[in-house]
Design a protein around this ligand. Structure first.
Ligand code: UD1
Ligand code: CA
Length: 452
């Protein structure tokens, strides 16, 4: 491959998105649309990348990873005008200038490489990445002669009835010979329905300059699907989700219904783990091997060990170690670390707490700002009373302690190793080791009271 640089067009507002936010900052599977294009470009082995920014330039520039240049297009006068703003970036370039659009995140490195290889093999002035679309509406059409040679690209708004019938469309992505492009850009005008400088016009111009142009038809048309509206955002998201899920299944993950499994792009799942429908895995969630993630569980930045079972539960910014079972209907909130062989049962909420190996809270329990020792058993209805209306305090339950049902532990408080708390107690003072604490009124039976 000759020396190559890439520019990514991302200055437009994306009016059809009907959004306050720049189109390229919308997310697909929790990653900015623009970042997908940048990553694909990096993966294709390019020497330098610049992004053309305009609408919300500051926000878009801020989103760029280090090493990616931003070039300002003050007014958005069209795709040709956008490329012209980057002239200093590729003026000296003897090789290829690749132009990508910031709103087509499904593009893959292999496709860009294929485009460049084709371009270099034919020695064209420009090679356009194209595809056959069932419904070409909205895209520029590739106009070819009877020999199949590319003559020009016509935008939908400027196309004749005959041209509109053409199903081969322009992806908006190209590989140019940089120096030929520079010469052609000088000839652009705004004689079209949108009154813009169309980059697409350079194809016809190159023809007049005696340069050949051609197309690289991608076999995978999904690669070039662009996002111009919220409907297309959902369509592209569905394709991306399918790609993510397929890759995971190829690596050994079981999915009962992939179409109803929602996994973000950075998530990792180990072999033979099974995901039920309605599972949502977000952020940097990592799931080990042989886990069962039951229906409608949502995990965000969760680190899950091996052979963990999670049913109908939510886990946020927390970890759960091997062989532990969570749910149904458990809520593990940020800052929690659950050990091995633990049980966090139904209607148990854990927040900013640790549970050491073998600790159990089988049902209806609130563990807030607590440290629960090894093999502790928290009875049904245990409440860590962590908030006095002003500040939060910690509760410590040391190993092998047994907390009877319906106990309030008023923080700050410590229950020492091996102690028992009688059911229904409200514990305000520390409990020494191996003791039984009872903190409730003694029952009084008034015999025959109601007969009187
Ligand atoms: C463009 C192509 C069309 C192609 C389609 C593929 C032109 C004239 N048309 O149309 O042939 O089928 O892409 O998706 O090129 N942008 C700028 N500055 C501008 C204008 C646009 O940076 O002044 C950026 C936009 O942010 C966007 C990209 O260029 O990322 C494409 O612009 P858009 O307005 O979406 O072009 P289309 O009408 O879709
Ligand atoms: Ca577009």
């Amino acid at each position: 491959m000759n020396e190559s640089k890439t520019i990514i067009l991302a200055a437009g507002q994306g009016t059809r998105m009907r959004s306050q936010k720049s189109k390229v900052l919308h997310q697909v599977c929790e990653k900015n649309i623009l970042d997908y294009v940048i990553d694909a470009s990096k993966g294709s082995g390019i020497d330098a990348i610049a992004v053309i920014v305009g609408y919300q330039a500051e926000e878009v520039e801020k989103s760029l990873c280090p090493g990616i240049a931003a070039i300002l297009q003050k007014e958005q006068l069209g795709t040709g005008h956008a490329v012209l703003q980057a002239l200093p970036f590729f003026k000296e370039l003897k090789g290829n200038l690749i132009v990508l659009v910031g709103d087509a995140p499904l593009i893959r490195p292999e496709t860009i490489k294929g485009l460049v290889t084709e371009h270099e093999a034919r020695g064209h002035g420009a090679t356009v990445l194209s595809a056959e679309f069932q419904d070409p509406t909205g895209y520029g059409r590739m106009v070819k002669n009877y020999k199949g040679e590319l003559l020009k690209i016509v935008e939908e708004g400027d196309a004749t009835v005959e041209e509109k019938k053409i199903r081969e469309i322009n992806s908006g992505m190209y590989c140019f010979d940089a120096q030929t492009l520079i010469r052609s850009l000088q000839e652009l005008n705004t004689n079209n329905t949108q009154g813009e400088y169309y980059l697409t016009d350079v194809i016809e111009i190159m023809g007049k300059l005696g340069k050949t142009t051609g197309t690289y038809v991608t076999p995978d048309y999904e690669d070039i699907k662009a996002i111009n509206s919220k409907v297309q955002l959902s369509e592209v998201t569905a394709i991306m989700r399918k790609r993510i899920n397929t890759k995971l299944m190829d690596n050994g993950v079981v999915m009962i219904d992939p179409a109803a499994t929602y996994i973000s792009n950075e998530v990792m799942v180990g072999q033979d783990s099974t995901l039920y429908p309605g599972v949502i895995l977000e952020g940097k969630t990592v799931i080990g091997k042989d886990c069962l993630i039951g229906a409608n569980s949502r995990l965000v930045n969760a680190i899950i060990g091996n052979q963990v079972t999670i049913r109908n539960s939510t886990i946020l910014d927390s970890s759960v170690d091997d062989n532990t079972s969570v749910g149904p209907y458990a809520y593990i909130r940020p800052g929690s670390r659950i050990g091995k062989h633990c049980k966090v049962g139904d209607f148990v909420e854990v927040k900013n707490s640790t549970m050491a190996d073998g600790a159990k809270a089988a049902h209806l329990t609130y563990i807030g700002d607590g440290d629960v020792g090894e093999n502790v058993n928290l009875g049904c209805g245990t409440v860590f009373v962590n908030y006095d209306g002003k500040k939060k305090d910690r509760t410590v339950v040391e190993k092998n302690a047994f907390i009877g049902c319906n106990t309030n532990l008023i923080a700050p408080v410590t229950v020492k190793e091996g102690s028992y708390i009688a059911a229904g107690s409200t514990i305000t003072d520390d409990v020494p080791e191996d003791s039984l604490a009872i903190a409730r009124a003694r029952q009084v039976n008034k015999v025959g009271y109601l007969k009187k």
